[in-house]
Design a protein around this ligand. Structure first.
Ligand code: FAD
Ligand code: SF4
Ligand code: SF4
Length: 477
């Protein structure tokens, strides 16, 4: 590959990897973006102006050394680019696929700010590590020496797995417990394959297993084993259980068949993708095929539901959101993808009630945006007399997630939580109110992002290492 000069952003336009056309991608769950060809990745990386103060890096939660791996990619030194990229990020190829780059690294690239179109940081990051996998540069962990201390991690999502990786590299004995039958958390059972193909997640789980991380799956802590027992078995414990209590719809007529929770719907769809037998899918309960589907919500989960329904062969798919396009929490890129695939967005609309048993329709009330509240966000207000009936055979509620009540579920009242029910943990050390117990990811932050869970997991692993380095803290052996 030829070595390229940097600062090409004036002469070379921003170009994303090829996106499959909407018609072809609406029939399968494969990712919608192709990989860069090597020369294209180098060309796009060479657009970077190598800023002395790189805002891309400061707005990446992992502070990835972006300018360096862009330069090395432009120079064709891909293995070195990979080494630098993986030094700060446990799963670069996953972040490259699903980080909302427009709000993080790319949204703060100076070239974007100056109107030339951002450097395509996420696509290059994905390209570097996918190439590393193809070339065999990604190897199982092989610690220099084994250490006797053991750490129990509850939750095999990105937060727990990032911590497991750091701890195992230091030779600690790491056991990850998860209530699901596969590891990966929302990477496996929440996020659909068209954003993140499942073999990308599974090869990471396998890499950890091959490196000596023990997985205890189908193990619901609090039911199959007590939290106390986990504490007794390990010298330190990390809680990385995510948030799974769905916010419910508050309107007359809920509770009938045909109104389902987004997490159940997406989990079933992902399981079908793995080839599992899913009775609720086969019965039609969690299957959109041939149905008029209404999804309620405006976040990333709602976007994933509408696009899944399209792929399952829904007759129509509408997304009701009570604010407008500019004020929705979901990524604009995902809205555009959904619209291309045939989803209709009904802005400034909220459900007032549901009719039928099973559900037959949604009574929709129209909204307008009123004056800003204390947070500066405009509050939606009902427009009286503008209600209408929207026919629906399947209603999917995607209104967000809250934490489960872990202190009660686990019988551990000394585990302090915030007024929102998330676990109280020191924001640097991630230590909770219980000595030797740390917590990371969504269960601390509330519903957040994969990249933040990875950062928390890596930081908490460092704190656990420091904690275990104090001789008095290690269980008597
Ligand atoms: P999780 O990924 O939720 O993992 C927690 C794990 O803990 C799970 O495997 C669960 O089974 C396990 N667990 C829970 N309780 C117990 C227990 N008692 N015993 C044993 N195991 C337990 N973020 C992005 O950055 N980009 C996206 O595109 C994106 N899309 C999303 C789409 C959807 C539909 C959803 C729901 C979220 C999305 N997110 C996205 C958010 C992202 O997935 C989460 O922020 C991230 O996965 C949090 O990681 P975590 O490790 O804290 O928890
Ligand atoms: Fe951007 Fe996410 Fe990669 Fe950071 S981890 S460089 S925010 S894509
Ligand atoms: Fe390169 Fe943009 Fe980062 Fe500057 S902000 S170093 S141009 S990617």
């Amino acid at each position: 590959m030829s070595k390229r000069q940097m600062l090409q952003f004036v002469s070379v336009a921003k170009e994303m990897p090829l996106k499959r056309d909407a018609e072809s991608r609406a029939h399968d769950f494969n990712e919608i973006y192709a990989e860069y060809a090597g020369e294209k990745a180098a060309e796009q990386a060479a657009r970077c102006s190598q800023c002395g103060v790189p805002y891309c890096q400061s707005h990446c939660p992992l502070h990835n050394n972006i300018p360096d791996w862009l330069r090395l990619t432009a120079e064709g030194r891909l293995q070195e680019a990979y080494e630098i990229s993986q030094a700060t990020n446990t799963f670069p190829e996953i972040c490259g696929r699903i980080c909302p780059q427009d709000r993080l690294c790319e949204g703060n690239c100076v070239i974007e700010q100056s109107g030339h179109g951002t450097v395509t940081i996420g696509a290059v990051e994905k390209y570097i590590t996918d190439t590393a996998w193809d070339e065999g540069w990604v190897q199982p962990i092989a610690p220099a020496e084994e250490r006797p201390e053991s750490v129990g991690i509850i939750g095999a999502g990105p937060g727990g797995l990032a911590a497991a990786d750091v701890l195992r590299r230091q030779g600690l004995q790491v056991t990850v417990y998860d209530r699901h039958d596969r590891a990966g958390g929302l990477l496996t059972y929440g996020i659909p394959g068209f954003k993140l193909e499942k073999d990308v997640v599974m090869r990471r789980v396998q890499q950890l297993e091959q490196g000596g991380v023990e997985f205890v799956l189908n193990c619901n802590v609090g039911e199959d084993i007590s939290f106390d027992a986990i504490r007794g078995k390990h010298d330190a414990v990390l809680i990385a259980t995510g948030v799974y209590k769905s916010r419910g719809l508050q309107a007359p007529g809920v509770g009938v068949p045909g109104i389902v929770r987004a997490i159940d719907y997406l989990t079933a769809s992902n399981r079908v993708g793995f080839g599992d037998s899913v009775p609720e899918f086969e019965s039609g309960e969690l299957n959109a095929q041939g149905k008029r589907v209404v999804v309620i919500g405006g976040g990333d989960t709602a976007m994933d539901c509408v696009r899944t329904a399209i792929r399952q062969g829904a007759e129509t798919v509408k997304c009701l959101y009570r604010r407008d396009r500019a004020n929705m929490p979901g990524s604009q890129r995902e809205v555009q993808n959904a619209e291309e695939e045939g989803v209709e967005f009904v802005w400034l609309s909220a459900p007032k009630g549901f009719a039928g048993d099973p559900v037959e329709s949604v009574m929709v009330q129209k909204m307008r945006l009123g004056p800003p509240d204390a947070t500066g966000r405009q509050t939606p207000e009902v427009i009286e007399g503008a209600d209408y009936v929207e026919p629906a055979d399947l209603v999917i509620a995607a209104l967000g997630f809250e934490p489960e009540d872990l202190p009660t579920l686990w019988g551990e009242t000394a585990l302090e939580v915030t007024r929102w029910g998330t676990i109280k943990a020191d924001f640097r050390s991630h230590e909770t109110s219980l000595p030797g117990v740390f917590a990371v990811g969504d269960i601390v932050r509330g519903a957040s992002l994969v990249v933040w869970a990875i950062r928390d997991g890596r930081e908490a692993a460092d704190s656990i290492l420091a904690y275990l380095a104090q001789p008095a803290q290690v269980a008597a052996e």
